[in-house]
Ligand binder design. Structure first.
Ligand code: PMT
Length: 418
């Protein structure tokens, strides 16, 4: 078990049915050696008694902003914490935190701390999928807050769907990662991974091009997640590493160790560089938004308005994913993406079948806080053996983590049947 010895953890518990699971989280944090200070909202005490936490934690439960012994408990808590963990986090607490509203001790502590914060949402699917909640989560991710879960599964009242609190084990390992005390995952050690990132630029003339909105965030998130798990990564990219990734990823890999960057501009250049890098790769991840068409004959000098509106003849670019699929070495896992605006699952399934990929990561780029340029994403992963796996809204790093978990399990499965 990871040691959290000496770490002061404020365990915030807010008022949802999953509050009872916070008891187990508290117990596990104590077992790992942490100094746990429970902070409960009034709502939490409707679901679980404060005596339970009093008995289990290092300190007695705190609930009030106005304490006789400590006139400013929220700043004391916030300043002395190594980590503030909120599990479960209700829509109200998430909203107040995102808006900077401190209506109780827990939200005041969240706003008063500079320690890393881990928020574990739990609520009904309708609430989790409400645009306001999605917007608040995206705001928190952008500010560097670590979001864990929620999972999909059985909810209170017998409903099924997204919104269930992540397991205590997953929450503890997230806290360990955030505090950088966890064992580093090394389940991709020795693997060679190629990732493409960004949008290609197809020149019209020396100053204009056909491009798209890709920021490279999703591609770089894959590269950093794979490198963090021990892979040796080549990223074929049209853009620099987006600076916002620094704030939104779990610590562990902050720079670019283990990653070689190859800069390209056009689909043609990306095709050449990717084909070369993919020859020896174990995993290829095509997250780039590659132009499908390019001008047949880009002008050598800047087109002038005075010469009238130009007619630009286009031709198809090389389909990099399809040609990698057609020449895939045995054992290589090829992951394509599908950026879609309608009929997402059907269009993605057509790409899966047509391009020889093992997985297609389907991105509804019209969804709120997902797709191009956002720090968050939500995707549907289709596998060539018919499995489908939906990954709800979370940081792009966490999307990469979820997809790579599937890839690692897939490789382990293949190794076991040999
Ligand atoms: O970069 P971000 O701002 O973080 O945004 C992430 C993203 C939305 C770009 C990413 O998640 C995504 O969906 N990437 C794929 C975009 C795309 O080009 O999709 P597509 O459906 O047009 O292409 C399908 C697949 O074929 C993709 O893997 C693409 O890389 C590949 N392709 C496309 C055209 C082409 N000529 N060659 C290709 O290899």
């Amino acid at each position: 078990m990871t040691s959290l010895a000496g770490k002061r953890i404020v365990l915030g518990v807010s008022g949802g049915i999953a509050a009872y699971k916070a008891v187990e989280i508290c117990r596990r944090l104590m077992e790992a050696g942490a100094h746990v200070i429970p902070v409960l909202t009034n709502g939490a005490t409707r679901f679980v008694g404060r005596t339970t936490f009093d008995a289990l934690a290092s300190e007695r439960v705190q609930m009030s902003l106005f304490d006789e012994d400590d006139p400013i408990p929220h700043t004391t808590l916030g300043q002395t914490a190594d980590c503030v963990l909120v599990a479960p986090a209700t829509a109200r607490v998430i909203g107040a935190y995102a808006a900077g509203i401190s209506s109780d001790l827990l939200t005041a502590t969240l706003i008063a701390t500079r320690a890393p914060v881990v928020v574990c949402p739990a609520m009904h699917t309708e609430m989790w999928e409400h645009p306001a909640v999605a917007h608040n989560i995206a705001t928190l991710v952008e500010r560097g807050v670590h979001i864990v879960g929620p999972e999909s599964g059985r909810l209170a009242g017998g409903d099924e769907g997204a919104g269930r609190l992540s397991s205590p084990a997953d929450i503890l390992s997230a806290v360990s990662r955030v505090l950088d005390v966890g064992e580093k995952r090394s389940d991709m050690a020795g693997l060679s991974v190629v990732v493409t990132a960004g949008g290609t630029r197809e020149p019209i003339d020396p100053v204009r091009y056909i491009g798209n909105h890709s920021s490279g965030k999703q591609g770089y998130a894959f590269a950093e997640e794979a490198a963090g798990r021990g892979a040796s990564v080549t990223i074929v990219t049209t853009v620099d590493r987006p600076s916002s990734l620094g704030a939104s990823v779990a610590p562990g890999v902050t720079g670019m160790p283990g990653i070689t960057e190859v800069r390209v501009d056009t689909a043609e250049e990306m095709a050449t560089a990717t084909a070369e890098a993919a020859k020896e790769a174990d995993v290829v991840i095509m997250a780039a938004a590659v132009a499908d068409f390019r001008p047949v004959d880009p002008a050598g000098v800047k087109l002038k308005k005075r010469d009238g509106v130009p007619v630009i003849e286009l031709e198809p670019t090389p389909d990099i994913l399809a040609s990698l699929g057609a020449s895939k070495p045995e054992g290589q896992i090829l992951i394509g993406f599908a950026a879609e605006t309608c009929d997402v699952a059907d269009n993605a399934a057509a790409k899966l079948n047509g391009k020889g990929a093992d997985y297609i990561v389907a991105n509804d780029v019209t969804a709120e806080n997902a797709g191009f340029a956002h720090d968050t994403n939500e995707v549907l992963v289709l596998a060539s053996d018919g499995r489908a796996h939906s990954v709800g809204l979370r940081s792009k790093r966490q999307v990469a983590q979820a997809v790579l978990d599937l890839v690692v399990a897939d490789r382990d499965g293949r190794a076991n049947v040999r």
